[in-house]
Design a protein around this ligand. Structure first.
Ligand code: MIC
Ligand code: SF4
Length: 640
């Protein structure tokens, strides 16, 4: 039988396991990336592994999240990452060079290769036919050391793109439509492949917008074929030599198929507070808008920015609107400057921010109280913008620019003739902000400022456990709920003791205190617990606070892997009805946990005086890690 694109890349990188649905497979990883908010932990863990030089074909450390530097903390983090990268064979993309996913696509990504990144939007690389996964920092550290990356063998989904987009409708609307159909849980355990006649009509940046937001579907990753469009993009980046063609076989089998009729699609928006809460812009109507933010790893390419510049040219941003623009990379920014489009943007009254994540991760530009903000970003979780009662709508760059001028949510189709944007034959390549690793690594001293604190390690699993239920949550808890980011907290990503004071702060501010009083405990979660960002802090901080297990209805993939890596038990209710029987502050015990985990059976739970069963759906490799108290402990024990 024929193979899908993903199956071909998986088969070429398989080092462990069998490619049967649900079975755990180990993959050889060609490239890794980190960003600064997750990078410090990843490199501390890499150092703890004692590997001298990275064993990947290419590893890159980006600085793009914490670029505010309002105290010494972020600057210390940058210095640590810069020096550790130089010493261990890792390329270092300086602050200002751009957002990791955009720069990686431009300068390093290659079709047919595997990439893991300590950021959930790493699947952006699928836009040029890479198999790219978001992972926890420890998984990235292991891959840099030459170890395999493990995932449960995903199911295959084909999304057929029929026809061609109408003017003013864009890639963002395609992925919002897929989100509407599949929901934020719909992609869990699946790889989404795009196919059909519509594929050839989409440029690489448009494809990357779509694979980027596959993260919001909960998908393992998303991928486009590598074709003539991919080749032209790579050639325009001066990297035509890395191109290889890649397509699924005609008789490849998919577990699921869905279609998007591009001709029928209209501009869409994800309404507050979930990316799948999608409705047509026209039907939401002309709500008043206070802020518009254009940028992020979803929509900050040259192509997107040129469309925005063309819409703004000769117009004025509405007096009641604050419009910010963050180009995705130094390359994009420079090209806009050179061809005059930047002047069109500035003249219209936009505020130009640096090439970084910026408002997307709450690094400034929090909207006014109860404000409405339209963003070309990928996440609109409650509070993520830094303003708890703000209402965030996710839209295309076209809708964003049209609305910034009108002052109300505006369907760009009302603007008349659409400007045609050509993809350039040559991008303006300048890699001066990417620092190469040292020729003499021994001479490099790794600089650790006072903000760089050690990370917590789990303890080997004991025969039994008794503690308290320290939190009970609803469904769809995101890692932003578990540990918020933003300008005030991102500086503490390397300082777990301090960061721990903010764990679940917007869900239950008493959580850290309760953990301290009870010496930790157990968290009860709903469905899709831990969706969103890949931040392993969402596991490491609860570990630091003494959390021993999370008992939920279901987990998001990356977070579950992060829990196992840190030695926290990811348990699911065997009967979801038992969720209702457990309450906050109940005494909870796992009387035979060691024996049950060791034997791979169900785990007996006693809570609030009742006894029921939980599942621990993990691989043998993960079992060994949990017994040892986390992956690093396990790896160290193996090395002895
Ligand atoms: C995000 O978009 O939430 C982030 C910040 O990029 C995260 C990583 C992090 O929490 O540092 C992600 O998506 O993985
Ligand atoms: Fe940065 Fe936002 Fe993309 Fe995360 S989603 S990598 S914060 S731009």
């Amino acid at each position: 039988m024929g193979k899908t694109i993903a199956e071909k890349i998986l088969a070429a990188h398989l080092v462990d396991g069998e490619m049967a649905p649900g079975q755990e497979i180990g993959l050889r990883i060609d490239q890794t990336l980190t960003q600064d908010a997750t990078g410090t932990m990843a490199y501390l863990q890499f150092e703890a592994m004692g590997v001298d030089q990275v064993k990947t074909e290419r590893s890159v450390a980006y600085i793009d999240h914490n670029t505010l530097q309002s105290g010494f903390e972020n600057a210390d983090d940058h210095k640590y990452i810069g020096t550790v990268a130089k010493k261990h064979g890792i390329y270092y993309s300086k602050a200002g060079n751009g957002i990791c996913h955009q720069v990686h696509l431009e300068r390093f990504g290659a079709p047919g290769k595997t990439l893991i990144g300590s950021d959930s939007h790493t699947p952006t690389g699928g836009g040029i036919g890479m198999l790219a996964f978001g992972a926890g920092g420890l998984d990235v550290a292991v891959a840099m050391g030459g170890g395999a990356y493990y995932i449960p063998m995903p199911k295959m989904v084909r999304v057929n793109l029929k026809g061609k987009l109408k003017p003013w409708v864009s890639a963002k609307d395609i992925i919002l439509e897929v989100l509407r159909q599949m929901t934020v849980k719909g992609g869990v355990g699946k790889i989404i492949e795009y196919a059909g006649e519509g594929v050839a009509t989409l440029s690489v940046p448009e494809r990357a917008t779509i694979t980027n937001m596959g993260a919001e579907l909960g998908a393992t990753t998303s991928v486009f074929p590598s074709d003539e469009v991919t080749k032209a993009f790579l050639e325009a980046q001066g990297r035509g030599d890395v191109w290889v063609p890649l397509a699924s076989d005609p008789d490849a089998a998919y577990d699921e198929e869905l279609s998007v009729d591009l001709d029928a699609l209209q501009p869409l928006a994800a309404k507050p507070h979930m990316p799948d809460n999608v409705e047509a812009v026209a039907s939401i109507g002309g709500i008043k808008v206070n802020q518009v933010c254009i940028g992020s790893c979803t929509n900050s390419s040259y192509y997107d920015m040129m469309k925005v510049a063309a819409i703004l040219k000769g117009k004025r941003v509405h007096p009641d609107v604050s419009l910010t623009i963050s180009p995705g990379s130094m390359q994009v920014f420079n090209m806009l400057a050179k061809n005059g489009a930047l002047s069109d943007i500035i003249s219209a009254g936009a505020r130009i921010l640096e090439c970084a994540c910026g408002p997307c991760i709450g690094m400034g530009q929090s909207p006014e109280s109860a404000g409405v903000s339209l963003r070309t970003f990928n996440r609109n979780f409650e509070g993520r913008s830094g303003t708890q009662d703000a209402k965030i709508y996710l839209v295309s760059p076209e809708t964003a620019a049209a609305s910034a001028i009108a002052g109300v949510l505006t369907d760009p189709c009302t603007l008349g003739g659409m400007p045609e944007i050509e993809m350039p034959a040559h991008f303006d390549v300048n890699d001066d902000m990417i620092i190469k690793p040292a020729a003499n690594p021994a001479e490099v001293e790794v600089v650790r400022g006072p903000n760089i604190k050690p990370f917590p390690l789990g303890e080997a699993l004991a025969a039994s456990y008794t503690g308290k239920v320290v939190l009970k949550t609803e469904d769809n808890i995101t890692t932003d709920h578990i540990l918020p980011a933003g300008a005030k907290l991102l500086p503490y990503r390397s300082n777990i003791p301090h960061y721990s004071n903010y764990c679940f702060i917007n869900v239950d501010p008493k959580f850290p205190e309760r953990c301290r009083e009870n010496g930790g405990g157990v968290i009860i979660g709903g469905a899709n617990y831990g969706q969103g960002s890949s931040r392993e802090h969402a596991a490491l901080v609860p570990l630091y606070l003494g959390v021993k297990a999370v008992l939920a209805k279901s987990f998001a993939r990356i977070h579950k892997a992060n829990l196992v890596n840190s030695g926290i038990l990811p348990l699911t209710f065997a009967d979801p009805a038992d969720y209702d029987k457990v309450s906050l502050n109940d005494v909870i015990s796992l009387p035979h946990v060691l024996e049950e985990i060791r034997n791979g059976g169900q785990v007996t739970v006693t809570a609030g005086g009742r006894t029921f069963k939980a599942d621990c759906d993990i691989s043998d490799r993960q079992r060994a890690a949990l017994l040892a108290g986390g992956t690093l402990n396990y790896a160290k024990a193996q090395a002895k």
